[in-house]
Design a protein around this ligand. Structure first.
Ligand SMILES: [Mn+2]
Length: 355
C-alpha cells in the first residue's frame, strides 16, 4: 500500500480531534439518502469504530424508495435507524457528523439539540459557515462523498469488509453515472481501489434489483407527458410519494440523442420537487435551479445535476398546475438564455417527446 500522504494523515487527526470521546455520535446522511450518502455513512461508521474507537449510529429521515437503493440498504450490514424511531434523550445535546450534506443545506433533518461536529460533503454551496471545533471536508470537485470517506478509511489502514467495499464501489459508479459525469481522478482511483475488495455479485444484485409495479406506472406517465424544446426534454409526475423517481426520469430523458438538458417535476405533498440534469460541463445546474425556484423553496447540487423543491402548501388543482407551469418556464428560460421568454411555447404547444 502507498504511504499515506502527510496532508491526509493530518486531516484524519483533525477529524478525530473534532469528535467527542465517550459519547454516542450520530452519523446523518441527507434526507431520502442515496447510495453515495449511505455508503459514505457506513464507511465513516466503520472508521469511527475501528480506528477512533468511538460509538456511532447511522440515522436518517425520509424514505429510501428507488429499487436499487432499497437493495443497497438491505445489504448494509451495520445498524441504521430512522431518525424518528431513534431514542434521543429530550433536552440533551446530540453530537453529529453530516454526510453528503451540510447544516446550511436544506435537505437534512437534524434532531433537536444537534451539535454538528464534522461535515463530509461534495456539494456546491453559495454560502457556508463554520464554528469553533467544527471539522469540514467539503470538496465540490470530487464526484462522490464516498470517495472522500474512502480516503479516510485508507489513511487509517482500516480493512473494508466485502459488503462495504461493494456498496462503496456501487455508490461511486451510481453517483457519477458509471464514472462518466462529474468524476475526478480521485474518484477513479477510489473506484479502482474498491473493486478488487468488492463482491461483484452484490453490485450486480443492486444494479438489477426488482422494480415495483408503480415504477412502471410512473414511467408511463412521465413518458406520455414528456415535452421537447430543441435540446431540452422535460416532464412531470403527479401524486408521487417519494422524490427519487424524479431523478430516474430526468436521467432517462437526458439519455435521448440530441437532448442536452432535462428535468422532471414531481408533485409531492406540499411541494413541487424538481430533478434537473445536463450533459454540458459548466451547466451550473444547481445555480439554475436555485434561481428558478427562488425564495419559496430550496435547491442544491452540482454542475450537471441538481435537485430542489418549491413549497406549495395547500395549493391544489388548477392553481397548482399554474405553479408547475411557471416553474418549468423559469427553468427553461435559464437553460436557453438566448431564447426570448415570449418565444418559449406553452407546455401544451411544445412538441411531445413520444407521439
Ligand atoms: Mn453525493
Amino acid at each position: 500500500m502507498d504511504p499515506v500522504p502527510q496532508a491526509l494523515a493530518s486531516r484524519l487527526e483533525q477529524f478525530r480531534a473534532a469528535l467527542p470521546v465517550g459519547r454516542r455520535i450520530l452519523i446523518i446522511p441527507h434526507d431520502f439518502p442515496d447510495p453515495d450518502a449511505l455508503a459514505a455513512a457506513a464507511a465513516i461508521h466503520l472508521l469511527l469504530d475501528k480506528h477512533f474507537g468511538l460509538n456511532s449510529q447511522i440515522a436518517f429521515s425520509g424514505e429510501v424508495s428507488r429499487a436499487e437503493n432499497k437493495e443497497l440498504l438491505r445489504r448494509l450490514c451495520c445498524r441504521w435507524h430512522r431518525m424518528g424511531e431513534l431514542y434521543l434523550r429530550r433536552g440533551a445535546d446530540h453530537d453529529c457528523i453530516l454526510i453528503d450534506t451540510a447544516p446550511w443545506s436544506k435537505n437534512v433533518t437534524l434532531p433537536p439539540g444537534a451539535r454538528v461536529r464534522a461535515v463530509l460533503d461534495h456539494h456546491e454551496y453559495k454560502e457556508t459557515a463554520t464554528w469553533p471545533g467544527l471539522f469540514t471536508d467539503i470538496r465540490h470537485e470530487v464526484g462522490a462523498t464516498t470517495t472522500i470517506a474512502n480516503e479516510y478509511v485508507r489513511a487509517a489502514g482500516v480493512e473494508l469488509p466485502r459488503w462495504l467495499a461493494s456498496i462503496m464501489a456501487y455508490a461511486i459508479a451510481s453517483e457519477t453515472q458509471d464514472l462518466s459525469r462529474e468524476v475526478s481522478n480521485i474518484d477513479l482511483r477510489a473506484y479502482i481501489d474498491l473493486v478488487p475488495q468488492a463482491d461483484l455479485r452484490i453490485i450486480g444484485r443492486i444494479r438489477h434489483a426488482p422494480l415495483s409495479r408503480s415504477y412502471y406506472i410512473h414511467l408511463q406517465e412521465a413518458l406520455a407527458r414528456a415535452r421537447l424544446l430543441r435540446d431540452i426534454a422535460w416532464t412531470h409526475l403527479s401524486h408521487v410519494e417519494q422524490p427519487e423517481i424524479a431523478a430516474e426520469v430526468a436521467d432517462l430523458l437526458l439519455r435521448m440523442e440530441g437532448v442536452r438538458w432535462s428535468f422532471c417535476i414531481a408533485e409531492l405533498p406540499g411541494r413541487l420537487f424538481v430533478s434537473l440534469r445536463s450533459k454540458r460541463r459548466g451547466a451550473r445546474c444547481s445555480r439554475i435551479l436555485r434561481s428558478a425556484i427562488g425564495r419559496a423553496g430550496a435547491a442544491g447540487g452540482h454542475d450537471q445535476m441538481a435537485a430542489g423543491y418549491l413549497s406549495t402548501g395547500e395549493t391544489a388543482g388548477l392553481e397548482l398546475e399554474e405553479k408547475r407551469l411557471a416553474l418549468a418556464r423559469q427553468i427553461i428560460r435559464r437553460m436557453a438564455p438566448r431564447q426570448r421568454e415570449g418565444d418559449i411555447p406553452a407546455e401544451a404547444a411544445a412538441e411531445r417527446l413520444v407521439e
